[in-house]
Design a protein around this ligand. Structure first.
Ligand SMILES: [Zn+2]
Length: 156
């Protein structure tokens, strides 16, 4: 289902072949601890089939690299090491989702949340933020958590 470029080690995936493969293959994370070097190309590349610029889609915060997608030809280009890195992260079955706006929006909101947390940690310190997170997680498990939060604020 793939074509590999001998020169750069990149891989071209035909998304219709990929979907067939995905239906047959049980998604599983590869357990090899070996780290694969990812050579994410810095700029957009032309589609090998129609030569138009491919759209870049970010995979996530970790691992953080971009895959190139041509929606017209339904082709995805993965730079050297990217497929292996997806496999390690258990994401080979998610490629169809990755090249969607919903996935991209989720990365953006994850990133905003991470930025906010970093800012809060530098303002209040790690110990404080860890404690608040611990309390919040515990509160969320309580059926009457709204009442408990009100108790926290109340003078009683
Ligand atoms: Zn194309």
């Amino acid at each position: 289902m793939t074509q590999q470029c001998e020169a750069c080690g990149g891989v071209l995936l035909d998304m219709s072949d990929y979907r067939q493969w995905r239906q047959q293959a049980a998604p599983s994370a590869e357990s090899g601890a070996e780290d694969h070097e990812v050579s994410d190309s810095p700029s957009a590349r032309g589609c090998p089939s129609c030569t138009r610029l491919m759209q870049r889609y970010r995979v996530g915060l970790t691992p953080d690299f971009r895959v190139d997608h041509c929606p017209a030809c339904q082709l995805v280009w993965l730079d050297k090491g990217e497929w292996q890195t997806l496999a390690q992260a258990g994401l080979t079955a998610s490629l169809g989702e990755i090249v969607s706006t919903a996935w991209q929006r989720r990365i953006q909101s994850d990133e905003l949340r991470a930025l906010r947390e970093t800012a809060l940690r530098s303002k209040h310190g790690d110990a404080c933020i860890d404690e608040i997170k611990r309390m919040r997680e515990w509160l969320n498990t309580q059926p009457q958590h709204e009442e408990l939060i009100a108790l926290l604020r109340a003078d009683w």
